[in-house]
Write a protein that binds this ligand. Structure first.
Ligand code: FES
Length: 101
């Protein structure tokens, strides 16, 4: 699946992955602003992204434990997800994610 990240510098980077989490793909490719400090267990929020509104149907909304974590972050909105909780698959092909500040 192709996934496009928009960094805080407004750089657009499209990556291609087949499996694993979106966070892991971002970290492997040094996407600025995605740190994945907790290793992907939904307990750090350093993988916070805003899903493009038109893509939220593909990703779905944050789960309850994810929402609890996101509440600790000031920039959270209804399109916020922790991208370690997004599995790469064809279902999310083409999504655009804005890296949260
Ligand atoms: Fe820590 Fe996603 S990597 S919450």
């Amino acid at each position: 699946a192709k996934i496009t990240f928009i960094t805080s510098d407004d750089e657009k980077i499209t990556l291609e992955g087949t499996s694993g989490s979106v966070m892991a793909l971002a970290v492997e490719n040094n996407i600025k602003g995605i740190d994945g400090d907790c290793g992907g267990v939904c307990s750090c929020a350093t993988c916070h992204v805003h899903v493009a509104p038109e893509d939220i149907a593909k990703t779905g909304e944050a789960s309850e434990i994810e929402t609890d974590m996101l509440e600790l972050d000031d920039n959270t909105d209804e399109y916020s997800r922790l991208c370690c909780q997004l599995e790469i698959s064809d279902a999310i092909d083409g999504i655009v994610l804005k890296v949260a500040k």
